[in-house]
Structure formats: structure tokens, C-alpha cells
Design a protein. Structure first.
Length: 195
């Protein structure tokens, strides 16, 4: 019982100021005012998007290993995933008002219709959904965002040099892993390393 109660108490004490709240009615005017109306893409309604989705760089070996680790640890399947290079990622990018280049620099975690996280806040918010003791990592949300983001950006800029980069999106070979991907149909149609 103590194992279930401690994390709940902990998370009630930790607040996350980086959550970007987005209201559905004002979404198009607030986040997508820049193109003329005729050329503007339709903004997806937030309730059509799945909750707790990580949009990650599918060619990054570090990102790929991180996704596999989260899937193994997240026994309750709280977190879903989507490769940035897939078509399934596009509605999430539109909803958050970011482009692919932004997500290549900083991962994106769409918590739900209320908002999303980027960079270090995204990684730590994902950790908060993992079972204890892994969820304790999210205590780093108490560290000021500029310090966290500096460390995150330092690693992100060097990840291809340190861990490598694939030419095309890396596809999960394990069937049980594929069930966690909202873009699994694209993955299965394309075959390994082909999007």
C-alpha cells in the first residue's frame, strides 16, 4: 500500500509550470495565425488525438533506445509513441504549433487536449507516468527549466555523433512493441528501415 501512496503524495507536491495549456476553441487563432486562411491546414480537434503520445526522432539511435526502455518499464502501457518522420505525427505537430525541425531538436510529449511538453520537461513528464521508482526521476522538474534545458540541449546536439543516426526511420522488430505505436500501420507497410 505504501508503494502506491508515496508516488501520489510526491506528485501532488510537484507542479509543472512548463505545460502549455491550449484551449480547443482558441487553438487555430492562437497557434496558427501566420498563414492566410486559404492556405492554412486544418487544425485537428484535440479530442481526436490520443493522450500521452511521445513524438520522437525516428532516425536517432539514442531516441530509439530510450523508447524501447520506456516500453519495457511502462508495464501499464500509459505512454504511446509516434515517429516524427511518419504521417501520423503531423496532427500532433499542428496541434502543438511546432514543426519537424523543432522536434528533431527537442522531443515532444502530448499529454492530452490540455497541453504538451518539449525537451527536458517532456522527458521528465514521461518519467512521471512510469511506475515507482522510475517516476522519482520526475523530481528533476523542480530544477529550474534553463538548467535542465541546457543539459538536455547539450546531449541533443551531440546525440548523432555519440550514438549514431540511421538513414531512415528505425522500425521496431518486436510485435509487442509495435502495439504501443500510433503509427504502427505505416511501420508494418513499409518494412524495416523504410518509411
Amino acid at each position: 500500500m505504501l508503494r502506491r501512496v508515496l508516488p501520489k503524495i510526491f506528485y501532488s507536491l510537484v507542479s509543472v509550470p512548463e505545460l502549455r495549456r491550449v484551449s480547443a476553441p482558441g487553438l487555430a487563432s492562437a497557434a496558427f495565425d501566420y498563414p492566410p486562411v486559404a492556405s492554412r491546414k486544418a487544425v485537428p480537434e484535440p479530442y481526436f488525438l490520443q493522450r500521452r503520445v511521445v513524438i520522437y526522432d525516428g532516425v536517432c539511435h539514442l531516441c530509439h533506445k530510450g523508447v524501447k526502455w520506456v516500453i519495457k518499464v511502462d508495464k501499464d502501457a500509459m505512454i504511446k509513441f509516434c515517429c516524427l518522420q511518419s504521417k501520423a505525427a503531423e496532427p500532433y505537430l499542428l496541434f502543438c504549433g511546432v514543426n519537424k525541425e523543432d522536434v528533431q531538436k527537442r522531443m515532444l510529449f502530448v499529454e492530452g487536449p490540455d497541453g504538451y511538453f518539449e525537451g527536458s520537461a517532456a522527458a521528465l513528464k514521461v518519467a512521471s507516468y512510469l511506475p515507482f521508482p522510475y517516476s522519482a526521476i520526475s523530481a528533476l522538474l523542480l530544477v529550474p527549466a534553463p538548467i535542465r534545458d541546457a543539459a538536455y540541449d547539450y546531449i541533443a546536439k551531440r546525440r548523432y555523433d555519440w550514438f549514431g543516426k540511421a538513414d531512415e526511420c528505425i522500425v521496431m522488430k518486436e510485435r509487442e512493441f509495435l502495439e504501443r505505436f500510433i503509427d504502427r500501420d505505416e511501420m508494418m507497410r513499409g518494412g524495416p528501415n523504410d518509411f
